[in-house]
Design a protein around this ligand. Structure first.
Ligand code: SAH
Length: 324
């Protein structure tokens, strides 16, 4: 019998060590180069707004193939050379396999297994589809009693436990992502000492609640998360409200969450895409525009995915969050 978060951590470590995850699913930076470019511009404008700290740590959590950061740095070198010169690149990545792919595209970076070893200082952090991959615990409330879910022989088993949270309002499954909340706390503490901002893009609801969101993808199709650990990518929806509350409790301010479609449109997704598409052969231009629509349209990735910023106290409204 294994606690669900331990099972999920073990299964995902095995999966990321042995598979090319991007054969099984596609992420925003792999869909359009404009995604990384405008997040690079977001970081450069944010750096300016928070007083141009120099040096500044530019951190990405879970960089995958390194596509987002490679696109961001290319854009930043052109439009914000002072930020490019001030930035020191740090990557949080647990998979040795993905680290070696990242090293080819992002020479000069420093790698970390976790946020705790990222050096002190002002920082800007980007994370796309990172929090959803972190291991969750699941608790069940039934007839006012709480149980925790464990895994044994590919099945869930339950064990009685104490209430995991003060929210007793409802029945069903409550999910808790402890490593995500630890990161929120660390960022909150960091931003009481140093200027900076962290941007998270991921999928999940706006409000915390009851529900089982554990899911697995094997060979591009939905699969049973508990069967054959290591052969599928296991994720869960991100509880943005709890994440933001912990960051604020530790001393940070937060902005958002804003639906990804709205956020990217405010950052100029369509203007940049149009400029890029102009002068491209017809088929390529159509593909670029479709990619932007896929990221932004509400019934595709535009609404389920959200953007949340964590920032130091007194932080001005950041790009994309102006009227959030
Ligand atoms: N951001 C990328 C990749 C998303 S997949 C993109 O958008 O394409 C999740 C990434 O987080 C992978 O790089 C994976 O190896 C990394 N990851 C997952 N769990 C992690 C953990 N516990 N610590 C550090 N990195 C982790």
């Amino acid at each position: 019998m294994e606690r669900l978060d331990r099972f999920m951590a073990r299964a995902n470590a095995a999966y990321y060590a042995t598979h090319d995850p991007f054969k099984d699913f596609t992420t925003a930076p792999e869909i359009s180069q404009v995604f990384g470019e405008i997040l690079g511009a977001w970081a450069a404008v944010t750096w300016d707004l928070i007083g141009r700290p120099d040096p500044v740590l530019l951190v990405e959590a879970g960089p995958g193939r390194g596509t987002l950061m490679a696109d961001a740095l290319r854009a930043v070198a052109l439009v914000a050379p002072a930020f490019h010169a001030a930035a020191q690149l740090h990557l949080i990545e647990s998979s040795p396999r993905l680290r070696s792919i990242q090293a080819e595209r992002l020479p000069g970076a420093t790698w970390h297994d976790r946020f705790a070893t990222v050096p002190d200082g002002s920082l800007l952090l980007l994370a796309n589809e990172f929090l959803d991959a972190l291991p969750i615990r699941q608790f069940v409330q039934r007839n006012s009693r709480w149980f925790e879910r464990f895994v044994a022989n590919g099945q869930f088993v339950e064990a009685a436990t104490v209430p995991p949270c003060s929210d007793h309002d409802g029945e069903g499954i409550r999910e808790i992502n402890e490593p995500a909340l630890d990161l929120a706390r660390s960022l909150g503490q960091r931003f009481t000492h140093y200027a900076g901002a962290a941007l998270f893009l991921d999928y999940g609801p706006e409000h915390s609640g009851f529900g089982d969101t554990l899911q697995a993808i094997r060979e591009a199709s939905p699969a049973d998360p508990l069967a054959t650990p290591g052969s599928a990518d296991i994720t869960a929806h991100v509880d943005f409200a709890s994440f933001a509350a912990v960051a604020r409790h530790a001393g940070a301010t937060t902005q958002g969450p804003v639906p990804q479609g709205k956020f990217l449109a405010r950052l100029g997704l369509f203007q940049r895409t149009d400029r890029l598409a102009r002068g491209q052969p017809g088929e390529r231009a159509v593909a670029l525009i479709d990619a932007a629509q896929r990221l932004a349209e509400p019934n595709r990735m535009g609404r389920l995915f959200k953007a949340l910023a964590v920032c130091h106290p007194g932080c001005p409204p950041l790009p994309g969050f102006e009227s959030a």
